[in-house]
Design a protein. Structure first.
Lengths: 292, 294, 348
C-alpha cells in the first residue's frame, strides 16, 4: 500500500528551488522557511534551513541524533525564537508570534517524549485539544448557562469523532497515563488534530511501536492527510516508514541540510549514505586497505 | 554623615548574617534542588543551644558555639534523612510542604522546650567597642566578629567546594544527579554532607545574629530565614559568591530602607526587592540562565 | 457514564454540607455548647478559604503561601464596609448589609489578586511559593499603614496619617474595632455552597480543563493553543475573590480584629487543611477543615500541641503518601477506588 502511494506522487519544482507534490502546485504553500537558524551561545544548532511544503504534502525530516531535527520543530512552533531567517505559514510571518498563537494559526505537534495530560482521561485530553475550536466562556461554565451544555455536547461528539480515527472511542474514559505506549502516541496525534491544524508536526511517531503498529500508523498518517487535507512533517528513525510515506525528505546533519529529495533520490545519495549511515567511509576504508 | 556610616556598618553586619544563612540555603538548593524552609529554624535551634550551653552548662563561649554547631549539624542530617530523603522522587510541591511541616515542628518543639517568653541572649564574643570619627561612630565587637566570620566562612567554603573530593562530588551532583550517581558518587551521602555544612553555618549565623539582636524566641529564625533565601535568590541560587553578595546587598537595603524610607515598611521593602529581582533576573545577579528542555 | 459519576460525586459534596447545616441548626436549638456555637462561623470561613486555596494549589498547581493576605484584604474591606453602611443607612436590612460587605470584600480582593497575580504567575514552583509568602507579608505591612474613621455617616481614610476626623474605626496596626458582628451560621453555609458551586463548576468546564492542562504539562498545553497565563490568572483571581469573601464574613463575626491575625501561620494553617483534605479534592477539604478546626476543641487539654500535631501530620502525610509501597497498599484496600476493569481493556 505504501509502495503504491509513494510512486503516485510526482514532485515538481517550486519557484524558490524547492519541490512540492504535483497536486499542490497551484496552491499557496502551507510552510515556507528560508535561512532559518538558531544559535545557543555560539553553537549553531540549526543553520540555513530552507523548506517549502505544499498544503497536502507529507514531508520527512531525518538525520542522526543531535542533527537538530527536534530543534526545527521547536523553532516552527516558536518554543525557541529563531536567531536567523523567517517562517511563513500560508504566507504569514510567524516571527513575532508565540507558541499559542502559532497553534491557533494552524501548526500542531506531538512530542518526542510524549507529553499527555496523564492524570486526565483520553476524552479530556482530546477536549483540551478542542479548546479553541469549541469555545465556551468561564462564566457560562460557572453559572451553567445553556451555552455551556451545548458546548459540552459538541466537544463530546467532536472528541469521539476524532478518537474514532484510531479506533480509540472505547478508551475514552481511561486515564491517559495508563494507556500503553503506542496508544499514548496515537492519542497525542489525535489531540494535535483536534486543534484543527493546517500543518501537523510528528516527532518520532513510530518510536516504541512494533512493526505491525508501525504499518497501521503509516496507513493512518496517509488517511489523516487525505481526510483532513493537511500537510504533515515528520521526524522518524524508522526508514521503512519514512521511505514508505514521505513524498519529500530533508536530511540534516550538524544543523544543516545535507540533502533533499524524494525517497529514491535520498536512498541513492552518496552524501546521505556517508553522513547518515557512515557506510561510504567504511567502504572507502576497505578499498584503501585493498589497495595497500 | 555619621548616621549614614553607622547605617552602613549595621547594614554590612546584618548582611553578613544573611550571607551566612544564604550560603546554607543556596548550597542545599543547588544540590538537592529543594527549598529547605526549615533552614531558618535551624538557626533558632543553634542559638538556643548556644544560649543553654553558656547559661546552664557554663561552657566557655568558644565551646558553646562548637556544641551548638554539632547539635545543628546532627539536626540537619536527621531532618534530611527522615523527612526529605523519602521524598527524593516526589513532586517539588510535596517536598516544599514537608519542609514547611519541619519548620513548624522545630518552632513548636522549641516552644514546648523553651517557652514563648523571649530569652535575652548574652553575646558570646568578647565585648569591646571601636570608636571612630571622634567617637561618633561606634562599631561593636559583635559586628566585627560577624563580618570576619562571614568572610572566613566564604573563603573556606569556596576552597572546600573547588578543591576537596567531597566538594567536587557536590558540584557534580548539583550539575546532574543521575550522571553523578553513575560515576559512583553517593548522592544521598553528598546531600547529607551538604545539609551538615549548611546546618553548621546556620548555627554560627544564629549565634552571631543573636549577638547583635539579643532577643531569642522560637520564631526568631523564620523571618531571617526567609530573608536569607531572598538573599540567595538575589545573588543567584547555587552560587557561593552570589549568596555572599546577595546577603550583603539585602542587609544594606533593609537597614537603609528602615532608616531612610519607613521603619514600618522595612520587611515590605525587602520582599519587594525579592519580587523585583525574580521578575527581572530570575536566576539572580550571579546565577546562570537555565533553559527548559522540550 | 463517567460524567454522571462526577455529577453524583458533586451532589454528595453539596449533600454533606446541607446535612451538616441541618444537624447543626437543630442542635443549636437543643443545647449546643456556647463555645461550639462560637466556632460555627469561623469554621465556615475556613472551609471557604481552604476550598479557594485548593483551587490554586490543587487545580492550578501553584503553591500559595500568602492566602491569609487575601483573607486580610477581604476582612478589613468587609468590616469597614458594614460599619460604614450601618452608620450611613441605619434602616437597611442586616443581611443585605452583610451581603454587601461580603461582596465588597470579594471584589476588592479580586482586584488585589489580579494585581498580585500579574507578577507572581510569571514565576514557577518554589519561587512562586516564596513570592506569595512575600506578598502575604507585604499586604500585612501595608494594611498596618491604613487609617479609617467615621464622622457621622462620612467615611474618612488615609495612608500613613492617623490624624483624620471623627471616630477611628480602623487604626493601623491596632486593626479594626467596633464591628457590628452581623455574621451568622446560615450565611456561612450559604457562602460554602456558593464557593463549592463556583469551584466545582469551574473544574468541570472548558476553562477548568485548561487550568488543569496547564498544571499537568505546561508545554503541551501551550502546544494545543492554551493561553497559560490567562488560565493561571483565572484560577488565582477566583481563588483570591473567594478568600476575600470568606475574610469579610470572618471579620463580621468579631468585635475587633488585628492584622497580626493574618500572618504566615494562618496561611500555613489553611494549607494544612488543603493537604489533609487531599490536594484537588474539594469534598475532602470541606471535611478535613471542619474536623481539624474542631480537633483542638475536642482535645482541649492538648491545645498547646495543636501546631505541633499539625506539623507532624503534614510531614507524615507527605512522607507516607509519597511512599510507593504504602500507596499501592492503599489503592488495594481503598473501598472507593476506581474500578480497574477498563484499564485491562486498554492494555490489550
Amino acid at each position: 500500500m505504501s509502495e503504491r502511494k509513494r510512486t503516485e506522487t510526482r514532485m515538481v519544482p517550486y519557484p524558490s528551488g524547492s519541490f512540492v507534490p504535483e497536486r499542490d502546485l497551484g496552491a499557496q504553500p502551507v510552510l515556507e522557511c528560508s535561512h532559518l537558524g538558531i544559535e545557543f551561545g555560539g553553537l549553531k544548532a540549526v543553520e540555513d534551513f530552507n523548506i517549502v511544503m505544499g498544503p497536502t504534502e507529507i514531508g520527512g525530516l531525518i538525520g542522526p541524533n543531535g542533527a537538530g531535527k527536534t530543534t526545527i520543530f521547536n523553532l516552527l512552533t516558536k518554543v525557541y525564537q529563531p536567531t536567523h531567517g523567517s517562517i511563513l505559514l500560508q504566507g504569514r510571518d510567524l516571527n513575532p508570534l508565540t507558541t499559542v498563537e502559532v497553534n491557533r494559526l494552524g501548526i500542531a505537534r506531538t512530542f518526542q517524549n510524549i507529553r499527555l495530560f496523564t492524570n486526565m482521561t483520553v476524552e479530556e485530553n482530546v477536549r483540551i485539544g478542542l479548546h479553541n475550536q469549541i469555545p465556551c466562556g468561564m462564566f457560562s461554565g460557572i453559572l451553567r448557562l445553556p451555552a455551556y451544555f451545548s458546548a459540552e455536547k459538541k466537544q463530546h461528539e467532536k472528541a469521539m469523532e476524532l478518537l474514532s480515527i484510531f479506533d480509540m472511542t472505547g478508551l475514552a474514559d481511561v486515564k491517559a497515563g495508563s494507556l500503553p505506549y503506542g496508544a499514548q502516541r496515537r492519542l497525542e496525534i489525535v489531540r494535535a488534530l483536534a486543534t484543527a491544524p493546517k500543518l501537523l508536526l510528528l516527532d518520532e511517531p513510530a518510536a516504541g511501536m512494533n512493526p505491525h503498529e508501525t504499518e497501521e500508523l503509516m496507513e493512518n498518517i496517509i488517511r489523516i492527510r487525505d481526510q483532513f487535507r493537511i500537510a504533515i512533517l515528520l521526524i522518524e528513525h524508522d526508514m521503512k516508514l519514512v521511505m514508505g510515506i514521505c513524498e519529500d525528505i530533508c536530511v540534516l546533519n550538524f544543523g544543516r541540510i545535507i540533502a533533499k529529495g524524494t525517497p529514491e533520490q535520498i536512498q541513492n545519495n552518496p552524501v546521505v549514505i556517508e553522513a547518515y549511515l557512515g557506510k561510504q567511509r567504511s567502504e572507502a576504508g576497505a578499498e584503501k586497505e585493498e589497495k595497500a | 554623615m555619621v548616621y549614614f556610616l553607622s547605617n552602613l556598618v549595621n547594614g554590612i553586619t546584618l548582611g553578613s548574617v544573611y550571607a551566612m544563612i544564604a550560603l546554607g540555603y543556596s548550597m542545599v538548593y543547588g544540590i538537592a534542588k529543594m527549598l529547605n524552609f526549615a533552614h531558618g529554624d535551624v538557626i533558632m535551634v543553634g542559638a538556643y543551644v548556644c544560649f543553654c550551653a553558656v547559661q546552664y552548662w557554663n561552657l566557655p563561649p568558644a565551646a558553646a558555639v562548637l556544641v551548638s554547631m554539632i547539635v545543628s549539624t546532627l539536626l540537619g542530617v536527621l531532618i534530611e534523612g527522615l523527612a526529605y530523603r523519602p521524598l527524593r522522587q516526589a513532586t517539588s510541591l510535596a517536598v516544599l510542604i514537608t519542609a514547611i511541616g519541619v519548620s513548624y515542628l522545630l518552632q513548636n518543639l522549641a516552644l514546648l522546650i523553651w517557652g514563648a517568653t523571649p530569652v535575652i541572649f548574652s553575646s558570646v564574643v568578647p565585648d569591646f567597642k571601636v570608636r571612630l570619627l571622634g567617637g561618633d561612630l561606634i562599631i561593636t565587637s559583635a559586628a566585627i566578629f560577624t563580618v570576619l566570620a562571614a568572610v572566613a566562612v566564604m573563603i573556606a567554603l569556596t576552597l572546600f567546594v573547588s578543591r576537596s573530593r567531597t566538594g567536587k562530588a557536590m558540584r557534580a551532583v548539583s550539575e546532574d544527579r543521575g550522571a553523578a550517581e553513575l560515576m559512583g558518587i553517593s548522592v544521598n551521602r553528598t546531600i547529607s554532607v551538604t545539609f551538615a555544612i549548611g546546618s553548621a553555618l546556620a548555627a554560627v549565623a544564629g549565634v552571631l545574629l543573636c549577638s547583635t539582636y539579643p532577643t531569642l524566641t522560637p520564631t526568631t529564625g523564620s523571618l531571617p530565614g526567609i530573608k536569607a533565601f531572598t538573599a540567595a535568590v538575589f545573588g543567584g541560587i547555587g552560587s557561593i559568591p552570589g549568596a555572599m553578595l546577595g546577603g550583603l546587598l539585602l542587609g544594606l537595603i533593609e537597614i537603609f530602607g528602615r532608616s531612610y524610607i519607613s521603619s514600618e515598611l522595612g520587611d515590605a521593602i525587602v520582599f519587594a526587592v525579592l519580587i523585583i529581582v525574580l521578575l527581572v533576573r530570575p536566576t539572580g545577579l550571579l546565577g546562570k540562565p537555565i533553559r527548559e528542555k522540550v | 457514564m463517567k460524567r454522571n459519576s462526577k455529577f453524583v460525586s458533586n451532589l454528595i459534596t453539596y449533600g454533606i454540607v446541607i446535612a451538616a447545616w441541618l444537624i447543626c441548626s437543630f442542635w443549636m436549638g437543643n443545647g449546643m455548647s456556647s463555645s461550639l456555637k462560637a466556632m460555627l462561623v469561623p469554621i465556615c470561613c475556613y472551609v471557604v478559604l481552604a476550598i479557594s486555596l485548593n483551587l490554586t494549589v490543587g487545580i492550578s498547581g501553584e503553591l500559595s503561601l500568602g492566602h491569609a493576605g487575601f483573607m486580610a484584604i477581604g476582612a478589613f474591606t468587609g468590616a469597614i464596609l458594614s460599619t460604614w453602611i450601618i452608620a450611613a443607612f441605619p434602616e437597611m436590612n442586616k443581611d443585605l448589609v452583610l451581603t454587601l460587605a461580603v461582596v465588597g470584600g470579594g471584589v476588592t480582593t479580586m482586584i488585589a489578586g489580579a494585581l498580585i497575580g500579574i507578577p507572581v504567575l510569571r514565576l514557577r514552583g518554589d519561587y512562586l511559593a516564596i513570592v506569595t509568602l512575600a506578598f502575604g507579608e507585604i499586604i500585612r505591612n501595608i494594611l498596618n499603614m491604613f487609617y479609617f474613621s467615621l464622622d457621622g455617616s462620612r467615611l474618612f481614610g488615609s495612608f500613613g496619617n492617623p490624624n483624620i476626623p471623627g471616630k477611628m474605626i480602623y487604626n493601623g496596626a491596632m486593626g479594626i474595632k467596633g464591628v457590628k458582628m452581623l455574621a451568622h451560621f446560615n450565611a456561612g453555609v450559604l457562602l460554602i455552597l456558593f464557593a463549592l458551586a463556583v469551584v466545582l463548576n469551574l473544574i468541570n468546564s472548558r476553562s477548568g480543563r485548561a487550568i488543569m492542562a496547564t498544571r499537568d504539562n505546561r508545554i503541551a498545553a501551550e502546544s494545543v493553543g492554551i493561553n497559560i497565563t490567562k488560565y493561571k490568572m483565572m484560577a488565582f483571581v477566583t481563588s483570591a475573590a473567594l478568600a476575600g469573601m470568606a475574610g469579610a464574613l470572618y471579620a463580621n463575626n468579631f468585635y475587633s480584629i488585628q492584622s497580626s491575625k493574618f500572618n504566615v501561620d494562618t496561611s500555613i494553617q489553611i494549607l494544612v487543611f488543603v493537604v489533609m483534605g487531599g490536594i484537588g479534592n474539594m469534598r475532602g477539604t470541606v471535611i478535613a477543615t471542619t474536623l481539624l478546626y474542631l480537633l483542638p476543641e475536642l482535645l482541649r487539654d492538648f491545645s498547646q500541641y495543636r501546631m505541633l500535631i499539625y506539623a507532624i501530620m503534614l510531614i507524615l502525610v507527605m512522607v507516607l503518601g509519597n511512599n510507593p509501597l504504602l500507596r499501592n497498599l492503599w489503592m488495594n484496600i481503598n473501598p472507593f477506588r476506581k474500578p480497574l476493569k477498563r484499564r485491562a481493556k486498554a492494555d490489550e
